[in-house]
Design a protein around this ligand. Structure first.
Ligand SMILES: Nc1ncnc2c1ncn2[C@@H]1O[C@H](COP(=O)(O)OP(=O)(O)OP(=O)(O)O)[C@@H](O)[C@H]1O
Length: 268
């Protein structure tokens, strides 16, 4: 395993995982994850499809049960049933269930209230944040009519209304145009600079490479690399995060697979 677990803070970890294992039926998806995350870090959490990234995040959020090992978020275990620590967490899921018959105003005010904000404060904050994303005119429009990128902006805002200390993001830039991507990347950097912890899971390697202080690569249910991009690059002798990813996950067959795929497509 490539490891250079450089923490940029002396504060105690906000996330601790010890020998985390999770299996669905008879198959282990997580096979002994050990991790300490300090405040103010942007963690790029990457791995092949099905590696267990979303499962790890859902376990930390208390959304998936049945794991073994120790999980602590702000020192609390999701399996203890406490909910207070969840008020310090924001989450942008990969696939979101948005109540899209609601307008942006109704939905965001509702979410803000769930997190303990007063309705008027939630509404005012939601309106101003939407305006920042260029969506002022659709505050009273039903979310069902929104484009994918517009919905994604609503999700990002809903994860931040309560000013959380940890932000879990699963493909947060999905559907966003290039200008909005630049804004969100800047927002994440500013939040991290304020001491917020950002746990960022994505397949867009060049973004992960640029924004992460620390990159964690999950493969086969284990962490196979953990370090800054510069550290991983130095150790693997590869130039880009995409190439490091290919090397560490033992993948060098893209051309062969593509050729076989196209040959099958042509069989008519
Ligand atoms: N509720 C469930 N029941 C059974 N199997 C599950 C369940 N949730 C996840 N899995 C399996 O666990 C594995 C890991 O899934 P997970 O969604 O955590 O992967 P991921 O790394 O986030 O993948 P992707 O990059 O494709 O989003 C997959 O094989 C998936 O089929």
């Amino acid at each position: 395993m490539i490891s250079n677990n450089s923490s940029n803070s002396n504060n105690s970890p906000v996330i601790t995982l010890r020998d985390l294992r999770m299996r669905f039926s008879d198959r282990y998806v997580l096979n002994g994850i050990d991790l300490d995350v300090n405040p103010g870090q942007i963690i790029g959490y990457i791995g092949p499809n099905g590696a267990g990234k979303s499962t790890t995040v859902k376990i930390m959020l208390g959304l998936v049960e049945g794991y073994t090992g120790e999980v602590r978020v702000f020192g609390e275990s999701p399996s203890d049933g406490g909910v207070d620590y969840k008020k310090r967490i924001g989450y942008v899921p990969e696939v979101a269930e948005v109540y899209d018959t609601l307008t942006a105003r109704e939905y965001l005010t509702f979410i803000g209230e769930l997190y303990g904000l007063k309705p008027a404060d939630a509404e005012s904050k939601a309106r101003r944040l939407l305006e920042m994303f260029g969506l002022k005119d659709v505050f009273d429009v039903r979310i069902a009519t929104f484009s994918k990128g517009m919905k994604q902006k609503v999700l990002i805002i809903s994860s931040l209304l309560h000013n959380p200390d940890i932000l879990f993001l699963d493909e947060p830039l999905s559907g966003l145009d290039a200008n909005s991507v630049m804004v969100v990347k800047e927002i994440l950097a500013l939040l991290a600079a304020q001491g917020k912890t950002i746990f960022y899971s994505s397949h867009i390697m060049d973004v992960v490479e640029k924004i992460s202080d620390r990159i964690i690569l999950l493969d086969g249910g284990r962490i196979v690399a953990d370090g800054s991009f510069e550290e991983l690059k130095g150790q693997s002798q590869e130039g880009s995060l995409e190439q490091i990813f290919n090397q560490l996950t033992g993948f060098n067959e893209h051309q062969e697979i593509a050729e076989q795929f196209v040959a099958i497509v042509q069989e008519v």
